[in-house]
Design a protein around this ligand. Structure first.
Ligand code: UDX
Length: 422
């Protein structure tokens, strides 16, 4: 397993737990050391215990060179990051570097299967990975096996996926991968390399579109004075729509949706396509967070000098990941309007402080609410869903609460000036 970020490490642990022998490598030595010590470098439910178990049972070895990773392996998974360039296009640099060091370390004549798990623009495996391995005259086979893991439930997703997509270069590759996934009971779709690459982008683009649609619909409901709840329920009853991923809020963030939709739009445009719908999805998401500020202003007027509690700093609940969290533009806009912003998150406080140091990050919901004139709930942590009017009334100077994720129970908000998106 090459690359031990959220996807690589979780996949490595899952394969090891399924009785495979896994050799895990990452170019960052501090990351390797942490993992070797049984500590994942990020929060993921259940991962620490599962990691310790497979380390103890010696099914997972964290190795310090690519050669060690290769020595006893017959399948190599590439799980390196695919960040965005300034113009939004995918930066294939880190993937290319990983394949070059793989080729340099591959000294024997053993035939290996190289599997791209990183999210890559259709065609990348053929145009970036293949030429490097061919140039080094290595006996390789190629596959693309995208992951669909959601942070916060990634381990269960890796242990029991709801589908497996295998992009293969020939029947032998298909046999090797089917054998690897033999204990997993779910539909397996076998396709070519590019199609597998495209399926990953298509999935994320569709889900991001659903969220943007929900946000737009919620804003429309608000304009018509209709509650989104029944509309959501009503459209969700149509099995062609289904209610999932239609929860409106302050917009989508994280390491995948914004980056992948941008990369798809940029790559499509580069090839002469005009992805107008996906451009609109990005544009909708860019400004959706402003709804939470508008609701605050409707209740509080000018925000100059007002103390605002920002509850939830991660891009969603159950993670310490702050990549593209909507808490960033919310905090920055509030600060630019002269507000004093006090933030709290069960896990993401330190990481958020590094991004927006002007926000005072405190250690509990109560501390964040203490003396506040308004509160914005930004991430859907389960613990926040249990908050009631009592919590807000006891601590806040003026009990104005904007639920940016629609997780609070409006029936339990008596006495609070309570607003929700939609
Ligand atoms: C996503 C995909 O779900 C996963 O399949 C892919 O592998 C990686 O990207 P993740 O980034 O962990 O996973 O988060 P997800 O739970 O999908 O949420 C993405 C963003 O959309 C979050 O900011 C979330 O708060 C938001 N969201 C999601 C909504 O605003 N409303 C919804 O109904 C669902």
């Amino acid at each position: 397993m090459v690359g031990l970020g959220p996807v690589g490490l979780t996949t490595a642990v899952a394969f090891a737990a399924q009785r495979n022998q896994v050799f895990a490598f990452d170019i960052e030595s501090s990351r390797r050391k942490e993992i070797l010590g049984g500590k994942p470098p990020f929060h993921e439910k259940g991962l620490e215990a599962a990691l310790r178990k497979v380390l103890r049972e010696k099914r997972l070895s964290v190795v310090h060179t690519m050669s060690e990773a290769l020595r006893s392996s017959s399948i190599v998974f590439l799980c390196v990051g695919t960040p965005s360039k300034a113009d939004g296009r995918m930066d294939e640099g880190p993937l290319g570097e990983a394949v070059k060091s793989l080729a340099a370390a591959w000294q024997d004549a053993k035939r290996r299967l190289v599997v791209v798990k990183s999210t890559v623009i259709p065609g990348t495996t053929d145009t970036v990975v293949r030429p490097i391995l061919e140039g080094a005259k290595l006996p390789f086979r190629l596959a693309v096996n995208p992951e669909f893991l959601q942070e916060g439930r990634a381990l269960e997703g890796a242990m029991a996926p709801d589908r497996i997509v295998l992009g293969i270069d020939g029947p032998e590759t298909g046999r090797v991968l089917r054998a690897l996934y033999r204990s997993t009971k779910c539909p397996v779709l076998v396709t070519d390399l590019r199609t597998a690459e495209a399926i990953k982008y298509a999935t994320n683009a569709f889900l991001a579109t659903k969220v943007a649609f929900a946000n737009e619909l919620a804003n429309l409901c608000q304009a018509f004075g209709i509650s989104y709840d029944d509309v959501h329920h009503g459209i969700g009853l149509d099995p062609r729509v289904n209610p999932r991923f239609l929860v409106p809020g302050v917009g989508f963030g994280g390491s995948c949706f914004p980056k992948d939709v941008r990369a798809l739009v940029a790559a499509g445009r580069h090839r002469g396509a005009e992805p107008r719908l996906l451009e609109a999805v990005l544009a909708q998401n860019e400004v959706q967070y402003m709804r939470s500020i508008a609701l605050l202003e409707e209740e509080l007027g000018n925000l100059q000098g007002k103390r605002i509690a920002l509850l939830g700093l991660a891009f969603k609940g159950d993670t310490d990941d702050v990549r593209e969290t909507r808490a960033i533009p919310i905090a920055r806009t509030l600060l630019s309007k002269g507000a004093v912003v006090v933030g709290y998150d069960p896990l993401a406080g330190p990481a958020f402080s590094r991004l927006v140091p002007e926000v005072k990050v405190v250690g509990s919901v109560t501390e964040a609410l203490e003396g506040a004139n308004g509160a914005v709930l930004q991430a859907d942590w389960r613990a926040f869903a249990r908050l009631t009017a009592k919590d807000f009334l006891a601590a806040m100077a003026t009990p104005v609460v904007v639920d940016g994720r629609r997780i609070l129970n409006p029936k339990k908000m008596r006495g609070v000036r309570f607003r929700r998106i939609g």
